[in-house]
Ligand binder design. Sequence first.
Ligand code: FES
Ligand SMILES: [Fe+2]
Length: 347
Amino acid sequence: MTLDRILFEQYWHLACHRRELANDGDFIKFDGVSGEIVLFNDNGEIVAFDNTCPHRGARIYTDEHGNRPATCGYHGWTYKNGTIIVPEKARFKSCDIDRARFNTFQVDWCGDFVFFAIKPRMGLYEQLGKSADILENISFNVDRRLDLNRYDYECYWPLAVENALEPYHIAAVHAETLATLQLGDGQNVFDGANSIWYAPLGNARVVNQLARLRRLFNIDYQYEGYMSLYIFPFTMISSTYGYSYSLQNFFPARQGESRTRFTSRLYASNTLNENATRVLDSFFESTVRMNRKVFEEDHEVCKLLPRDSWSMEPLKYASDLESKILHFRQTYRESACVQHTNHQLSK
Ligand code: FES
Ligand SMILES: [Fe+2]
């Protein structure tokens, strides 16, 4: 098994916020190195499975997200209330039809964020470490999804992740967007495999504008600056002032494809009341636009990176703004090492 696949299968991945799957039949689909994963609301229970019908293997959901029952379009098998409803069940006399199961995966919660894992090597809270507190707080301050945007980065996933981990490129790549915040050097906090960057905003005009918006929000958690939390291996959450949160997944594509399955979502934080929501409409709209632009800029530059630009070895030339990359590679090496040891032990 490749290490990409091991990381995908043995770690917990942040899938979405509770409110994105609030109603019976709500679903969201992901694609990664091990195939598709769907999370859907089965009458109040969140279920994760491989989007494959146990009858003859048809894909159940084809849209990226939406609301519809988990019914197979081929012969109508339906996953409902934890069991399968089989049309004309009496015809399956020659087999033990009651043993048919969807291939489900583990699901767990950190606050209102739902995670899935295929064969996790540890519990969710162990994996998250100190980041769990921060994630819980963020999740309770999230109101709704403003945007879901998905495409492939034409580069190998560690290159996309490393790009997201370093602010050194901001001046050159995001001159008209992120660079206008004039982020300071800030501070990196490392916690196990995960890391956070807290950076103050240097643009006084923007700081004043953002400070004025504070009264329109009903939030009890924020960092008054720019923060970006990395959850090893594939997930980032970033925010300016906690008014909205951008969640990004960088899943490895199937074997042999040097691509990254990128999903970004923007969440609005809780607002004071409906009137405040209306007032904030254009602020949120411009945040969505800005975010999309930033990721397009990132994608353009990531396209310049052939797969063999990446290795797990430490960077040869590392600026002080690239220390999170060194940390990422170290974690990656340790992860590869654990895998190697497990493999040796199981021989
Ligand atoms: S393949 Fe799904 S019901 Fe037959
Ligand atoms: Fe960037």
